[in-house]
Ligand binder design. Sequence first.
Ligand code: PMP
Ligand code: GLN
Length: 383
Amino acid sequence: MLLNSKLPTVKTSIFSVMSALANKHNAINLSQGFPNFEPDQQLLDLAKKAMNSGRNQYAPMAGIFELREAISDKFSLLYNSSYHPETEITVTAGATQAIYTIISTFIRQDDEVILFCPAYDCYEPTIELNGGKVIPIQLKAPNYKVDWEEVQQNISSKTKMIIINTPQNPSGTIFSKDDMLQLQELTKNTNIIVLSDEVYEHIVFDGENHQSVCLFSDLKLRSFIVASFGKTFHVTGWKIGYCCAPKDLMDEFKKAHQFNVFCVSHPMQKAIADYLQNSNHYLELSNFYQVKRDLFLGLIKDSRFKFTPSQGTYFQGLDYSSITNQRDIDFSKRLIKEHKIASIPLSVFNSNGQDEKILRFCFAKTDDTLKRAAEILNSIQLF
Ligand code: PMP
Ligand code: GLN
């Protein structure tokens, strides 16, 4: 049979590849981003309670009202921003489904979508599946600063969407207020939709504030915010997230969402709705991960790896250029096989394959794992 693939160049996701290799070689897995510790027992008890109290049939299509209301309250509390729980919030099967559905809802053949590289891996194939064209803007280590004039030059009459991600996976950088104001100015009086991937909104370091699109009134009108409870509550396997947008955008989103998943796991929604009632459950997260970042970086400060401390997310980029000239993909595989430590090569997130000799390490790990990882990294000399 002639399959005629719609994604002829797409391979298995780097996260699957590296985690499988880590398992095969019994390596410490700092590649795929997930915590290797358990979530709060209270959250697990709430899930059990929801299952034992009749929450086992389909949830409403947009999510149970208690959860949408709790999300709406969080926006009021954190950003003084209003999203109506009835019409402007939808609960999704993780951020990935929200992103897939947003892109599928709006992108037509030959529409252009601007994204910033290194970019999280699910944006590009989804755009291509829908016939859209990716317009990549390559950012450079170590600061990954956006040149907004370059963005302006890449906007055309075909630009339908701009995707941003702050805090950014994999670079660990954040957008400043000035970045957001520039984006707002560039998109003013256009029909460009902004997809703002804010899954790490609660993991921002060194006293900086997360700059959500909802803080910028003009930007908010054209934007989707995408979020994930997996990151916030250490439950990446639950695959629950949400998106919010003004009603006109959300109405369109729901037309596709209802035929994509219809609704997502009911008991987990109830558990999270209850757990969200205590804002400390997400407000303490930045501090929790900053301690881990500092532990990890403190332990490897005398190694041959160079770094700029991550500003957000639970990822840290390490520059290995003073160890070897090898390509990042090859070097990361050698580290797994020969040193039993797994990471993610950054070049796979660059549309042009640019290799800056940087590997991404996930520090959402127990202190013991981070110490064992640091010992290995400290022992690596020249390759
Ligand atoms: N966006 C970014 C930037 C991510 O890092 C991730 C997952 N790590 C996702 C989206 C997907 O989130 P989820 O697991 O909730 O689908
Ligand atoms: N988002 C996670 C990461 O960046 C991985 C998610 C996945 O495996 N698809 O590592």
